[in-house]
Design a protein. Structure first.
Length: 120
């Protein structure tokens, strides 16, 4: 058996964690990609320059880079485009920041699962 690079998932689909139990979230999906190591390294290096802290800027940069698009996100009944500005507003909003963290964690878990990588 071989590692077929052409068969690797390029994009992960993440459904809202409450989609299976609450109809309001059924159509809410987030489409992400893992950060390439070069981008991840640049974000990490910038954080190190600020004292090595994983602060709001680090998290916001990571989130805006991995989230490529979304479905089912609305404001006052109007679809919200997945722009850089909207992604930053999403992660900085206390009502959606935990969901943004879930999206980042799930993206990381899916990337690790793809190769059976374990933290242990």
């Amino acid at each position: 058996m071989a590692l077929d690079l052409a068969a690797l998932e390029e994009e992960f689909e993440i459904t809202h964690p409450k989609a299976s139990v609450d109809d309001r979230f059924k159509g809410v999906k987030f489409f992400t990609v893992p950060l390439p190591s070069e981008a991840s390294f640049r974000i990490y290096e910038n954080a190190k320059k600020r004292g090595g802290k994983v602060d709001a800027s680090f998290i916001s940069s990571t989130f805006t880079r991995i989230l490529k698009r979304w479905e089912g996100i609305e404001r006052d009944g109007v679809e919200v485009p997945c722009t850089e500005e909207e992604k930053k507003a999403f992660i900085n909003n206390p009502q959606t920041s935990r969901l943004a963290q879930y999206i980042m964690d799930t993206t990381d878990a899916k990337a690790r699962e793809l190769h059976g990588v374990d933290d242990e």
